[in-house]
Design a protein around this ligand. Sequence first.
Ligand SMILES: [Ca+2]
Length: 255
Amino acid sequence: MMLKVAALLVILLVTLQEADRVLAMGLRFSLEEKCGNDPPIINMNIGGEETGTVQLAKQIQDMFEANQAVVILKLEQQVKELAEGQKDLQIQVKNLTADLCRTKMDCCNKNLTCPSGYERFCEKPDMCYKFATDEKNYADAKSACQAAGGHLVMPKDQPTNDLLLNQIMARYPDPLSWPWIGLTDEAEEGTWVWDDGATLTGTGWSNWKEGFPRDSTLYNCAFWAHPYNSKAWNNGFYCSSECPYICEVKAAAVN
Ligand SMILES: [Ca+2]
């Protein structure tokens, strides 16, 4: 009888040990998490001395913290790269600004000068312009420009036209302030002549507003319709009308 009980106890003990080994193997596993090019490898072991639930929670917490650290590292790297990119852009802007300044200085430093009240622009450095705001009829405006040795302005090409238009916006803010230019057909109806005697057809370029010039002996003098209204030439006023005007004169060499 005693022998049978001892045998049963041995069998029970072996069975319990085997069951514990199988349970431990069944609960053990590993989890690998990949993140970008440098994946953290996270191993999870369940079984053995700790209970599965507690260790699982711990492993999940570890994984969460590991991922947080990776994300923070990546964000810090991106911030660093953006800061470096911004620095490069600032250097490029500085270099371009320096180049532009050098170009403008080369362009403008030609030892040229303008009469009092006239201005010179780098886009057309050999000419001086006066944006007169007092209002005169066409003949008097023409005389005022000639007094300084020049003419009413003659925008004979697109670049000159664009340069002056940019200035007109600032110099004549009143939308009804439309300056005379040096172009008229007073001498012969329909034959438009610049203030220096050259014909408009000879220039090969014009900037009349659509529908202009008006073919009439009543309208013989050209002015610049204000950019708020039009960016083009117009002849819809009598030459006796009083308007502001723009003069031009060649820049003179400094003695
Ligand atoms: Ca006319």
